[in-house]
Design a protein around this ligand. Structure first.
Ligand code: NAP
Length: 311
């Protein structure tokens, strides 16, 4: 594995993480505790130490499954990133809950589900600017940091050009931005990434495989079951994305290179990007994704320098 410094958190994060929206049941399958243990156990063997989850991947279900794994592992070996801001009602049905009292309750529920007394990173979960521009929210979050329940704050921006929230990160006490970034979605390069670099923020690139479309295994016309979130994507837009993927495969991906691996490495080459958090459904996908490090050099500005930073 390769590691980078997660912006000014100074956390040493693996450049490949594990995204776990899938564990919440909105990606066409339900996960057993055994399956989650195989996925996270393999991740650990490969040197991965970053897990991204959220309050509303199921009603704290993804966190509960991760918690089941952590109980038999070393909690301190992991960077656990979760989020706040929603009440989950049912599959594909959640409502906003960004009031300070909601957030306190969500965090307590997350900690209980994860079986831990702190999270490394608590992220504002793609809320509106009006939910964001609320001083009392950030003073409440600061108190949670002072109490030790949260080590660092982050902002998972909803729109990929949300400079309003990104540029306010340092001011509200956040050290990490999470944003959709992949070979089909380069919008963050224009203004979000320059602001992250200027503020020394860690950047987690989410949806790095464009919801799996960049794996190269789907062709235009691909369909998904009703319980798979991709069933809800606009079919025309999906077909267009898959046509672009075919062009990319022919023109950019070196012959014989696995496309998912290439797509992750592509994200990691940007100076602003600290880590990618591909969603994973099984241990084989974790393994394939971890292998992206073979396509990455060591000269990234956030590359972890053992001697300078660990002493
Ligand atoms: N607002 C937010 O904060 C927000 C929103 C979205 C996501 N996220 C986070 O970001 C993570 C990643 O995003 P995402 O899961 O939406 O999209 P993604 O990572 O682009 O795609 C994940 C999907 O790609 C496929 N896949 C994964 N590895 C593969 C491999 N090696 N080869 C072939 N296919 C592979 C799997 O689906 P199939 O095998 O079924 O194709 C998997 O479910 C989420 O899990 C979540 O933690 C956060």
């Amino acid at each position: 594995m390769k590691y980078r410094r997660l912006g000014k958190t100074n956390l040493k994060t693996s450049i490949i993480g594990v995204g776990t929206w899938q564990f919440g049941g909105e990606w066409g399958m339900n996960f057993s505790q055994d399956e989650v243990e195989r996925i996270l156990g393999r991740a650990k063997e490969l040197g991965i130490n970053l897990i991204d989850t959220a309050e509303c991947y199921g009603d704290h279900l993804s966190e509960t499954l991760i918690g089941g794994f952590l109980r038999n592992d070393h909690r301190e070996d992991w960077i656990i990133a979760t989020k706040f801001g929603h009440q989950f009602h049912d599959r594909f049905n959640r409502t906003d809950a960004f009031q300070p009292e909601d957030v306190i309750k969500q965090l307590d529920d997350s900690l209980r589900a994860l079986g831990t007394d702190y999270v490394d990173l608590l992220q504002f979960h793609s809320g509106s600017n009006s939910s964001f521009d609320h001083d009392k929210l950030w003073t409440t979050l600061d108190k949670l940091v002072q109490m030790g329940k949260v080590h660092h704050l982050g902002i998972s921006i909803g729109a990929n050009d949300n400079l309003h929230q990104t540029s306010a990160a340092t001011q509200v006490g956040a050290s990490v931005i999470q944003v959709v970034y992949n070979r089909l979605e380069r919008q963050p390069e224009a203004s979000v990434f320059p602001s992250c670099l200027e503020q020394d923020l860690g950047v987690l690139a989410r949806v790095p495989l464009a919801s799996g479309y960049l794996s190269g295994k789907y062709k235009p016309g691909a369909t998904f079951g009703q319980d798979d979130v991709r069933h809800r994507h606009d079919p025309e837009q999906t077909a267009e994305k898959l046509r672009q993927v075919e062009q990319i495969r022919q023109n950019e991906v070196p012959e014989g290179t696995d496309m998912a691996r290439w797509a992750l490495a592509w994200c990691l080459k940007h100076d602003a990007v600290t880590a990618v958090i591909p969603g994973c459904k099984n241990a084989a996908q974790v393994e394939a994704n971890a292998a992206a490090i073979k396509l990455i050099g060591d000269n990234h500005p956030q590359a972890w320098k053992e001697t300078a930073e660990e002493n």
